[in-house]
Design a protein around this ligand. Sequence first.
Ligand code: NAP
Length: 278
Amino acid sequence: MNIGIVGLGLIGGSLALDLKGLGHQVLGVSRHSKTCQIAIERGIVNDASDNLTLLAAAEVIFICTPIAAIAPTVQQLIPHLSPEVIVTDVGSVKTMVVEAVTPLWHNFVGGHPMAGTANSGIEAAISGLFAGNPYVLTPIETTPAASVRIVEELVRSLNSTVYFCRPEDHDRAVAWISHLPVMVSAGLIDACGSETDPTVLELAQQLASSGFRDTSRVGGGNPELGVMMARYNQACLLRSLTFYRHSLDQIIELVEQENWQALENILKQTQLQRPPFL
Ligand code: NAP
């Protein structure tokens, strides 16, 4: 197949590598000619350009830009597309993207690969990023079934596990397991940093080990990504944060009351609740 990729960063570059490896003709578009040059030299794409006209020959196009640029990119693409071209995206939030893009391009299938690294840009592109990881597709009633099947087959060929759900359910679910953890972890780092005694703060920094590394990892990542989650998934994130605040208040109360039995009951319950998420 002729496959177009707009946005040759971590996700776009990694998709290009895998799809090219599977024998597809991959055409990449970046805003920078330097990135196009790297993508061609490293064999990430068959051809690349800083001009969307390159994608006139594409049958399926993956939009791999930051979320805010997805709908504007589709708008710019339209003059170069014939009606049968399938457009899909990889944005981490789906309701806002699906609502913005579907009126522009009927043949649009929302998607979100649940895979990533802490790196970004073309240099971060790696092969096999999606294998063994979930890849969510969020078609709506008006999405052409044949287009959904084609995107599904492509995604399956990356050895991803495909899940289908409504955009709204996707956003609620990722608020729990991706967006809330970032805010909780950021809150944890912020709280630790508020220690007023410099000797204690320094000692805590020296003693921090695997537990702190695990619980602070997602809060110490790319700030742009965290803001993006809050901005484009605001309602779901606020809902999850409110439930979380309630849980935290409950734990504070039990510790204040020295109600160790009730605290143990909660911790026994969370010990059982964790495995199904992993
Ligand atoms: P990235 O490495 O920064 O790549 C995004 C690429 O988009 C950049 O390399 C840039 O390429 C291009 N771009 C940036 N701003 C643009 C704009 N305003 N208009 C057009 N193109 C622009 O980021 P990424 O991690 O691959 O994320 C891309 C998408 O994947 C996002 O929608 C994100 O929500 C989603 N996603 C990310 C992860 C993750 O863990 N990182 C996981 C799943 C999904 P040029 O500068 O060369 O044009």
